[in-house]
Design a protein around this ligand. Structure first.
Ligand code: ATP
Length: 511
């Protein structure tokens, strides 16, 4: 694990050093679980948003966009169930005074058992060599089966106590598993309490309770309350979807692991409205589609897995997570939920306004069912950043830190570098820059040796470096350097646009 922690630390400091992510309010020693995105961070974020929006909205005739307000009428949260049920089970260690989510403590305990299974597999693979069959091993080996049984029992106990709200049973489970506080090393725990995750604020100058507002904990409710507005004005026919990218706020009990869990974050959500009874078909469709979307970026199929939920949220009849292998293990990156007609029905009831759809094909009116895909933009950012980070030893004895970001998402597509600051090279470089910058985000850089400039662009993750030298002025060719292979080839200035375009074209990635 130490190794992973080291890598993660390096990713975090690289993100700061190269203008990707800063701690919020750093000059005041920072604000916990809030982060600012720097010059390259904001570009990467925008590119991720664009990649998502293109594939979800622009490439689906039956999905449209929305940008709803963060502030919503307070009754929204009563209807959605967030006021009553958007809680996390909180537990404190009496010795260290540290606060934890009880379910996370239990999940971490499970991860430890999973790691033991993994170790068993690695050992067996060594022993059996080419004959090793993992599937067969995990389904027959006595020790692994015992460990798996233990995991299943813990999951079963945790899920049934959480879904029935039996907090005493949650505490008993923490005690039974002898889970210790990582700081004090003791198992001296308080009782488990529920903690609502919504941030409360007030609108206007009156201080009565009716003006209490909540910062939205998910963007989805803005979509539900606008269902009829969008359906009517955009003349949508079921099945259809509404997509939105925007900020969400959760007063997380424990917010750590950098931008993985923040109190202010961004979501990219799509609610897909379907005929009642057809939700499972669409749920399967969106599961597959979203997994393909992740894999289209080419950062390793083995890095993703589904984790189907056994304990379901109050609104869902099926739910799965797409988990990604972060440096600290497999964790949720995206949720896909079959939300039934829970939300629309609740808003119908609380608002007293009819929210129905007339389906001309079957001559029936109904409250549509909903399948949701919900991905955290910041978690997607961390996925890209942590997976791209490399430290390489080079043949000449040098080393380089680089970000192997998929070219389509890279903040800068090309850096244009005059070899020296004289003999008309800067002017020529700027001319090239001008011809490319309307279509690709480029950077002009003339300071430092060419080697240093290459290293810096590798660290930022720029797929191409274009070097202007004496020969350029004679025959209009430049050196084009590829970030990943470090190959350099001579290429005519006229061809640059099409070469870069070929590499960063979104259509080449999306299916
Ligand atoms: P978790 O179990 O990690 O708390 P969740 O199941 O509560 O997440 P959802 O309500 O399904 O998350 O939200 C959808 C997505 O929003 C998540 O898959 C995640 O990518 C993102 N997300 C949720 N909470 C946070 C947070 N505090 N910081 C950053 N991203 C978040």
């Amino acid at each position: 694990m130490a190794n992973y922690e080291d890598i993660f630390k390096k990713v975090v400091s690289h993100a700061k050093e190269y203008g990707y992510v800063f701690q919020s309010s750093e000059i005041y020693d920072g604000l916990a679980a809030a982060y600012d995105y720097g010059p390259f961070g904001v570009e990467l974020k925008n590119n991720i948003k664009n990649y998502w929006w293109k594939s979800m909205v622009n490439m689906h005739e039956n999905i449209v966009g929305l940008d709803s307000a963060i502030f919503m009428h307070p009754t929204t949260w009563r209807a959605s169930g967030h006021l009553d049920a958007f809680n996390d089970p909180l537990i404190d260690n009496k010795d260290s005074k540290k606060r934890y989510r009880a379910d996370v403590l239990i999940e971490n305990h499970i991860s430890k058992i999973e790691a033991k299974i993994e170790k068993d597999c690695v050992k067996a693979a060594k022993r059996f060599g080419d004959d090793f069959n993992r599937e067969e091993f995990v389904s027959t080996n006595g020790r692994v089966l015992e460990r798996q049984k233990k995991i299943d029992e813990i999951n079963e106990k945790m899920n049934s106590s959480l879904s029935s709200g039996n907090l005493e049973a949650v505490k008993s489970l923490v005690e039974e598993l002898d889970i210790k506080c990582p700081v004090s090393g003791t198992n001296n725990w308080t009782d488990v309490r529920q903690f609502n995750l919504m941030f409360k604020t007030q609108m206007g100058s009156t201080a009565d309770a009716s003006s209490d507002l909540y910062l939205r904990p998910e963007t989805a409710q803005g979509i539900f309350v606008n269902f009829l507005n969008v359906q009517k004005t955009a003349r949508m026919k079921i099945p259809f979807g509404i997509a939105q990218i925007g900020k969400a706020f959760r007063n997380e009990i424990v917010a750590r692991q950098f931008i993985f869990r923040m109190r202010e974050f961004e979501q990219m959500e799509m609610q897909f409205f379907v005929r009642p009874g057809e939700e499972m078909k669409w749920y399967e469709y969106w599961k597959e589609f979203r997994m393909k979307w992740h894999q289209s970026l080419g950062i390793g199929e083995d890095n993703y897995r589904f984790h189907d939920h056994e304990a379901l949220a109050h609104y869902a009849n099926a739910a799965t997570d797409i988990e990604f292998k972060f440096p600290f293990g497999f964790k949720e990156l995206e949720g896909i939920h079959s939300r039934t007609d829970f939300d629309l029905k609740a808003h119908q009831e609380f608002s007293g306004k009819k929210i129905q759809y007339f389906d001309a094909e079957i001559n029936e009116s109904y409250v549509p069912y909903v399948v949701e895909t919900s991905i955290g933009l910041d978690r997607m950012f961390l996925t890209i950043l942590s997976n791209s980070f490399r430290e390489e030893e080079l043949e000449n004895g040098d080393s380089r830190a680089m970000l192997k970001i998929p070219a389509v998402l890279a903040p800068l597509k090309a850096a244009i570098l005059p070899l020296t600051k004289k003999d008309g090279m800067p002017e020529k470089a700027r001319e090239i820059m001008k011809s490319l910058q309307t279509d690709f985000n480029c950077q002009y850089e003339e300071k430092d040796s060419i080697g240093k400039r290459y290293r810096r662009q590798d660290a930022i993750g720029t797929p191409f470096c274009i070097t202007v030298d004496h020969q350029t002025l004679e025959d209009n060719t430049v050196t084009l350097r590829d970030r990943d292979s470090m190959n350099q080839e001579r290429c005519s200035v006229e061809k640059l646009h099409s070469i870069i375009s070929e590499k960063v074209n979104i259509a080449k990635y999306l299916f």
